[in-house]
Design a protein around this ligand. Structure first.
Ligand code: AHG
Ligand code: MN
Ligand code: MN
Length: 342
């Protein structure tokens, strides 16, 4: 008898097709979007990997100024996603952190029933120092009736997302996504150019090990935020202290906490009353993923996925990660607002 030694390998394409079969009503459009995002991710990964060589190999074509290389990669990632997605007939509109308004689907292409929002390159200021960067994306279903998507289609609360994901360009490239049936992670095998299922059904621990926050803003935080951080550090409230880990790339910080348990915080501060991170391109997609993995996300008061967006580039304070750690944020802020209100 012939012995088969190869282990069964599940490519992202096969996984998406198998997931789709569970839904007889599915048209395949959403699957196509995910697959095309995988393709864009491979192209971006390829470029990011060569970023450090730009000075050596691309000196005539690229500027040597570090800042300009970063900027170029942001634009490259943005344009790669737009070009990978605009002609498939599945989208009616896109919006990106890098562009001021709606990105329409060109008139010569068909349109579809979905909208795509994305942060093409998250953490791009870290490229110079070889720290992981990422791409974050969110898919919504269109609610207006015309052929093209409108602002109203993009400004829906995050709970209406039909898919969300991120790519991390780290020591290996991973794509992690959800369509509302758990969270699944795929690792790029560069030798065959395929994303292979490596992390099926990711679950975040209920209580975390890590605290990710930039505490150089401490002097700008309000009392509630300062107290919350003391609790996370075990200095108040008798909790086990969390270990601090802060990469400064949201995707990398979130990914570590998703797998190991922890909380990422980007609080509001006196100079940034709305926080820094963007609701549509960063907070919403990661909140959907986090909840699907058993975690939570809030702005300190409200569940992120319940926030009604009012503008494309809206910012939001963010507390995201292990459920109990996020609950502690809500309780602490509630307690403080009662004190202030009293
Ligand atoms: P982007 O590169 O897409 O603009 O995002 C940068 C973000 C995020 O990745 C990170 O968590 C945060 O900025 C870090 O901000 P601070 O330097 O203020 O901590
Ligand atoms: Mn970002
Ligand atoms: Mn970005």
């Amino acid at each position: 008898m012939v012995q088969h030694t190869a282990t069964s390998v599940v490519t992202i394409e096969r996984f998406i097709i198998e997931q789709e079969r569970l839904h007889p009503e599915a048209t395949g459009e959403l699957s196509g979007i995910l697959y095309d995002m995988g393709l864009a991710a491979k192209m971006i990964a390829n470029k990011v990997r060569r970023a450090g060589l730009a000075d050596i190999l691309g000196a005539t074509e690229h500027s040597n100024v570090q800042g300009e290389i970063q900027q170029k990669l942001d634009i490259f990632a943005n344009d790669t996603i737009v070009k990978a997605m605009d002609h498939g007939g599945r989208l009616c509109a896109m919006a990106s952190e890098e562009e001021p308004g709606i990105i329409p689907i060109p008139d010569n292409f068909r349109t579809g029933k979905y909208c795509l929002m994305f942060d093409p390159l998250d953490g791009s200021s870290n490229i110079d120092v070889n720290v992981p960067v990422g791409t974050i994306f969110s898919v919504m279903q269109k609610i207006t009736r015309g052929r093209h998507g409108e602002l109203e289609d993009l400004l829906q609360p995050g709970r209406r997302q039909v898919a969300a994901g991120y790519v991390i360009y780290g020591s290996s490239t991973m794509l992690v996504y959800t369509t509302g049936q758990g969270v699944h992670g795929f690792t790029l095998d560069p030798s065959i150019g395929e994303f292979l299922l490596s992390h099926p059904n990711i679950r975040i621990p209920d209580e975390g090990r890590y605290l990710s926050v930039n505490d150089s803003y401490e002097g700008l935080w309000d009392e509630g935020t300062k107290q919350l951080m003391r609790k996370y550090r075990g200095l108040e409230g008798g909790r086990r202290p969390l270990s601090v880990r802060y990469v400064g790339s949201l995707v990398a910080d979130f990914h570590r906490n998703l797998l190991g348990g922890g909380i990422f915080c980007y609080p509001a501060n006196r100079k940034a009353p709305g926080g820094k991170l963007r609701l549509l391109y960063e907070a919403n997609p990661l909140a959907f993923i986090c909840e699907q993995a058993g975690g939570a996300a809030c702005d300190g008061v409200t569940r992120v996925l319940d926030i009604q967006p009012t503008e494309l580039h809206q910012r939001v304070p963010l507390y995201i990660g292990s459920r109990r750690d996020v609950d502690l944020a809500t309780q602490t802020f509630q307690h403080h607002s009662e004190l202030v209100g009293a």
